[in-house]
Design a protein around this ligand. Structure first.
Ligand code: NAD
Length: 354
């Protein structure tokens, strides 16, 4: 199969492309504009891979997309490209509307033309996997049951609203134009190659540099945490065995307050890389002013995905966190240069330049 991946140089995309090239015979074309969130080192060792191609492309540019479609003739599309950091969406929402809404619109339009030109066999095999987030459902109360795919959308941050809009576009293009779309909706990912503005790599970076580890509010906001390798396995299962028109929820079922997650992370770090003064990294935790409109909780009912696709996460949170922390400790050369990226990290109050 020829798979066109958008946003393949980001966190999930890097892990997905590495998995596809290592475990399948598929060819991959990665279209990514290389925003601050894309690290060129993530896929640098694959540039000469015979089944991998990269083009620095902004998905809002529909004519360039059409050129890529005509040349590459993809069988499948996995749409990951998006602006993804909620805090940034509060500061600069226009970028989110542009990439997540207009970008998805442009991709759907280019896909529509491509799909219309396919022969009947190719049309039967063709699919567009649109990757979304649990944040589209809005905030749940602590005792609410996990949401299923019939739940109405109630996004509350500019990021969540832009992703919800993109989901609506994708489903409308399926309904109106007959595009074979599948939507996947996933909880919080963690793992290797995540830009260190997101909670886990940020906490690690702050811990290692002896800086305060910031936790929003009282740390009671709850999230479901899934190792990115388990997300990638679910996406691959959906591509191969998923039903056109379906929505698949993906999550670990391991939900905990942010403060518990950060404490767990500090305890692991105490074990893997103890502080020279013997004090626990947990002493560096500081509660900071909460994010405006911070959603309390997300929780997905994933039973349908598990049953229909015979998929289940393989990582427990403790094993996944250990593997992830070890990866960051072993790969300082991947993330330390990012700390020089003033625009990306200044807002986090980072003063360290290694
Ligand atoms: P990321 O921020 O690490 O990477 C996003 C990538 O998209 C970057 O490489 C960026 O350069 C690219 N991009 C952004 N705008 C673009 C544009 N206009 N044109 C081309 N490329 C563009 O994000 P991620 O964590 O890898 O998330 C990927 C997808 O998965 C997103 O759609 C996100 O909403 C979804 N998702 C992520 C998580 C998670 O926890 N990481 C959870 C659920 C869903």
């Amino acid at each position: 199969m020829k798979i066109l991946v958008t946003g393949g140089s980001g966190f999930v995309g890097t892990n997905l492309i590495r998995h596809l090239l290592a475990t399948t015979e598929h060819s991959v074309l990665n279209l990514d504009k290389l925003s601050y969130a894309a690290n060129p080192r993530s896929l640098a060792d694959l540039v000469a891979h015979p089944r991998y191609r990269f083009s620095q492309t902004d998905i809002t540019d529909v004519s360039t997309l059409r050129t890529h479609f005509a040349e590459f003739q993809p069988d499948w599309i996995i749409h990951l490209a998006a602006e993804t950091h909620v805090d940034r969406s509060i500061d600069t929402p226009a970028t989110f509307v542009q990439s997540n809404v207009c970008g998805t619109f442009a991709l759907l339009e280019a896909t529509r033309t491509h799909f219309a030109n396919l022969g009947s066999t190719a049309r039967e095999n063709f699919r567009l996997l649109h990757v979304s987030t649990d944040e589209v459902y809005g905030s749940l109360s602590p005792d609410a049951t996990a949401v299923n795919t019939a739940q109405a959308y109630a996004p509350r941050s500019p990021y969540a609203a832009s992703k919800a809009a993109a989901d609506h576009l994708a489903r409308a293009w399926a309904h109106t134009y007959g595009l074979p779309v599948i939507v996947s909706t996933c909880s919080n990912n963690y793992g290797p190659y995540q830009f260190p503005e997101k909670l886990i790599p940020l906490a690690l970076m702050k811990a290692l540099h002896g800086e305060p580890i910031p936790v929003y509010g009282t740390g009671e906001n709850r999230r479901d945490w899934l190792h990115v390798a388990d997300h990638v396995a679910a996406l691959t299962a959906i591509l191969h065995r998923g039903k056109i028109g379906e929505t698949y929820h993906i999550g670990s079922g391991t939900e905990l307050p942010n403060i518990d997650l950060v404490r767990q992370l500090c305890a692991l770090l105490d074990e893997l890389r103890p502080r020279s003064d013997g004090v626990s990294y947990a002493e560096q935790i500081r509660f900071v002013t909460d994010r405006p409109g911070h959603d309390l909780r997300y929780a997905l009912d994933t039973s349908q995905t598990r049953d229909a696709l015979n998929w289940a996460p393989r990582y427990s949170l403790s094993d996944g966190l250990r593997q992830t922390l070890q990866w960051y400790l072993d790969n300082l050369a991947w993330w330390q240069p990012l700390l020089k990226h003033g625009d990306a990290l200044r807002r986090l109050g980072t003063t360290i330049v290694p």
